[in-house]
Design a protein around this ligand. Structure first.
Ligand SMILES: Nc1ncnc2c1ncn2[C@@H]1O[C@H](COP(=O)(O)OP(=O)(O)OP(=O)(O)O)[C@@H](O)[C@H]1O
Length: 246
């Protein structure tokens, strides 16, 4: 396998009304990597995700995925290239069952409803059963998604993203509002997903980040402040100053 980064941001900046939310940000992700991004409120984490997925266009800088420039592409084109994004709030179809939600994701969300509800092929059934196992919802497959806990809805939505077979999964604050047990299960889930896909996860919860046990990038004022193992970055005086205001 080549050493070329899967995702590369170089000297990326974007300003809103003169305020530089992203400021000469450079960041590189290896193929197959799982990376945690942390940083105080307003550090630019969401804006960075918006730039990668084409929601926000950078003013300057390079954004490449598998060597292809993303900055001229719209959101659907970037998604088709293999980048899936999970927003913070779950947006599953509450009136449908867990299984039906996964079928929807396999068949494309814009397909007419009647087609979605048509019989599953053997291959689709296998894929849905596999996804149910990955997201730990096999026992709940035929229950309404609306009846699931907050954590289970988050896992279902992650499963729906996996149904679209992304090479890179971007996950925004998945464990906010989860119980401690759900938080740890989510760390396991992302590590399992990372066996076959690259993952970038933004999260404030440090117990979760510790459980991931991966390289952490600390953002501050739109740039990388520190990067490395959690123990190393949390001992970095610049990080301590930003978090504790010392
Ligand atoms: N569309 C916009 N218009 C104006 N300002 C914006 C816009 N989007 C983001 N900002 C500003 O850019 C900065 C970075 O915001 P961003 O949401 O990326 O931070 P964040 O690290 O995700 O924060 P949080 O942890 O609170 O989600 C903030 O000061 C925010 O107010």
């Amino acid at each position: 396998m080549s050493d070329a980064p899967l995702l590369e941001l170089r000297d990326v900046s974007v300003a809103f009304d003169g305020f530089r939310a992203i400021n000469n940000l450079s960041l590189s992700l290896r193929p197959g990597e799982l990376r945690a991004i942390v940083g105080p409120n307003g550090a630019g984490k969401t804006t960075m995700m918006d730039i990668i997925t084409g929601k926000t266009r950078p003013d300057t800088g390079i954004v490449r995925f598998r060597g292809h420039d993303l900055t001229q592409l719209d959101e659907p084109s970037i998604a088709r290239m293999g980048i899936g994004r999970k927003f913070q709030k779950p947006t599953v179809f509450e009136a449908l069952t867990v299984r039906e939600n996964l079928v929807l994701s396999l068949r494309g969300l814009r397909t007419p409803f009647a087609v979605l509800m048509a019989r599953l092929s053997g291959e689709e059934r296998e894929r849905v059963d596999h996804l149910l196992g990955v997201i730990r919802l096999t026992e709940h497959a035929d229950r309404r998604a609306g009846g699931m806990s907050h954590g289970q809805k988050q896992w279902l939505e992650i499963g729906m993203l996996l149904g679209q077979e992304p090479d890179l999964l971007l996950v925004d604050e998945p464990v906010a509002g989860m119980t401690d047990a759900e938080t740890m299960a989510t760390a396991d889930l992302l590590r399992e997903i990372n066996r076959t896909r690259s993952v970038v996860v933004v999260e404030h919860d440090m117990d979760f980040v510790r459980a991931l046990d991966v390289t952490v990038t600390v953002l501050h004022e739109g740039s990388v402040l520190s990067e490395g193992a959690l123990d190393v970055v949390s001992a970095d005086p610049r990080v301590i100053e930003v978090y504790l205001g010392r």
